[in-house]
Design a protein around this ligand. Structure first.
Ligand SMILES: [Zn+2]
Ligand SMILES: [Zn+2]
Length: 282
């Protein structure tokens, strides 16, 4: 293997995370790139917003990831940075379910490139819901796999909302609910989505880190910069029945993080099923 095929061999990548995400990226980055992933000391990414909503998020996911990665690189004085940003959003078409989008961003300041991988899946966990008694709380907790899967309890009053996190055992959860129901009629219960408290999200992030490491191991055919991979998909696959272009991808486009070199590959399917067609299935 030529040195350029392992551009990050022996290098250290700073993953700006407070919630153990560096452990999820460490293995793929070691295996595929020979790089070491570390986390900076004294980082507080919660200032950029939290899932539970106790600190509002103001930046777009990619900007938030960029700010975090830069912060980590600054603290550790490194040229290579990683940061991730996750979002959980209710899905109007499937009430009660939540869609999890994860973005993982890599910065290489020496080559001046930024490489991003994004993945979207349906979370297997039930979304937030109001409960009015202990039984409903314990039932929710059992269903989502507490205590391996963490729980957040939220209540609100005139001073605004309050959150309870880091409940480690069933006894702690029962005690917290007991206390809240002393003064409240309703509590919102929800999964804790922080990576260290959410095994399904950790798994999602791990596979995203694999994809990013694989991508960084692929050099651009034009300029040899790391990070060659899919950049866009081009809609317009024609309908099988009427030939109109549909929203389905007709081709994928691969590109470079540094130069403008691109390769367009038509998808294997020649025609789209009419169920995707605006004219045949409006
Ligand atoms: Zn059609
Ligand atoms: Zn290139």
């Amino acid at each position: 293997m030529t040195p350029s095929a392992r551009p990050y061999q022996g290098r250290t990548v700073t993953f700006a995370t407070m919630h153990g995400k560096e452990q999820l990226a460490a293995e793929p980055f070691r295996q595929m790139l020979g790089a070491r992933v570390t986390t900076p000391n004294g980082l507080n990414t919660d200032l950029l917003g939290t899932f539970a909503g106790d600190i509002p998020r103001t930046l777009s996911p990619i900007d938030a990831a960029r700010v975090k990665a830069r912060l980590g690189m600054h603290i550790d004085n490194t040229a290579l940075g990683l940061a991730s940003e996750g979002t959980f959003a209710a899905t109007p078409n499937s009430p009660g379910l939540v869609e999890n989008t994860e973005l993982l961003l890599f910065i290489d300041d020496v080559r001046q490139i930024e490489v991003v991988e994004i993945s979207r899946v349906m979370s297997p966990l039930a979304g937030p819901r109001p409960i009015s008694d202990m039984d409903a709380g314990l039932e929710f907790a059992t269903r989502i796999g507490f205590p391996r899967q963490g729980i957040v309890l939220a209540t609100s009053d005139d001073d605004g909302p309050t959150w309870r996190k880091d409940l480690g055992t069933a006894a702690e959860l029962t005690c917290a609910l007991d206390k809240l129901f002393d003064t409240k009629n309703e509590v919102t219960i929800q999964p804790d989505y922080r990576a260290h408290a959410c095994p399904t999200r950790a798994e999602h992030l791990r596979s995203l880190a694999e994809r990013l490491a694989e991508r960084l191991a692929r050099p651009c055919p034009g300029c040899a910069a790391p990070g060659w991979g899919p950049t866009a998909s081009e809609p317009g696959l024609p309908c099988r029945d009427c030939g109109e272009p549909t929203a389905l991808a007709a081709a994928t486009v691969e590109g470079c993080a540094r130069c403008s070199y691109q390769v367009r590959t038509p998808v294997a399917a020649r025609r789209a099923s009419p169920e995707w067609c605006e004219r045949c299935n409006p």
